[in-house]
Design a protein around this ligand. Structure first.
Ligand SMILES: [Fe+2]
Length: 199
C-alpha cells in the first residue's frame, strides 16, 4: 500500500522561487544568461524555464516586497547553479556574456567543478559550472574521499580572462584545472563573495 511505505522516495528538484521588485529585469537577465523564457507572465509573477520543465524559476513580484539592504549577512539562499556539458560551453558562455557586459563576480576551481559566479539583478548569485571530472559519479566519489577536497573544500580563485586566453591558446581543460589549482591565473582583485567577511 502506498500509504504504508516507510521508503523515502527521492523526488527530482524542479524549480526555485525568487521574490523580486525587478520582474522584467530578472526575466531579461535569466533570458540572456541561461536562455530562460517565460511560459507565463503577468504584472506580478512569471514562470520561466530553460528546458522542458514548465518552469524552472518562478519570480514573484507582488506588492509590498522590498529589497534587503542587509541581504549578504542574512540567512537564505546564496546561489543557484547551472551546469554545462563541457568546459568549451562554459568558456563560450563566459565570452558571450562578457560581450554583453555581464561578467562574473568571482571564478573558482572548486575541485569538483569549475565555476563562474554571477550576481543577478537582485544580487542572488548564479553559478555557471562544469564538472571537472565530466562524470557525476567520479566527482561525487572524489568529494567523498579526496584529501585535497577535505583540506580545501572551497578551491582556488582564478581570472577567467587569463584562463580563456590560455584555453584559446591550446591549453586543455585538464591542464587548466592543474594551473588554476596551482594559482597560475590569480584573480585581478579580491573576490567578493556576497557574504560577511570570512576568517
Ligand atoms: Fe555551488
Amino acid at each position: 500500500m502506498a500509504g504504508n511505505s516507510e521508503q523515502v522516495i527521492t523526488p527530482t528538484m524542479h524549480h526555485i522561487n525568487l521574490k523580486t521588485t525587478k520582474l522584467q529585469e530578472m526575466i531579461d537577465w535569466y533570458g540572456l544568461v541561461i536562455g530562460a523564457k517565460p511560459n507565463f507572465q503577468n504584472p506580478v509573477l512569471a514562470f520561466i524555464t530553460h528546458d522542458r520543465a514548465n518552469h524552472r524559476i518562478a519570480l514573484l513580484a507582488v506588492p509590498g516586497l522590498h529589497d534587503d539592504p542587509q541581504k549578504f549577512v542574512h540567512t537564505g539562499i546564496h546561489h543557484t547553479a547551472f551546469e554545462y556539458a563541457s568546459f568549451a560551453d562554459l568558456m563560450s558562455t563566459y565570452a558571450r556574456l562578457k560581450r554583453a557586459g555581464i561578467e562574473p563576480q568571482f571564478c573558482l576551481n572548486h575541485g569538483l567543478t569549475t565555476s563562474l559566479y554571477y550576481p543577478d539583478p537582485d544580487q542572488n548569485m548564479v553559478e555557471l559550472q562544469v564538472d571537472n571530472f565530466g562524470d557525476w559519479e567520479a566527482s561525487a566519489e572524489w568529494m567523498r574521499t579526496s584529501d585535497d577536497f577535505r583540506n580545501d573544500p572551497i578551491g582556488s580563485f582564478f581570472d577567467a580572462d587569463a584562463v580563456l586566453a590560455a584555453y584559446e591558446g591550446g591549453a586543455t581543460f585538464e591542464q587548466l584545472q592543474i594551473d588554476t589549482r596551482g594559482g597560475k591565473f590569480p584573480p585581478k582583485k579580491q573576490p567578493d563573495l556576497n557574504l560577511p567577511p570570512l576568517g
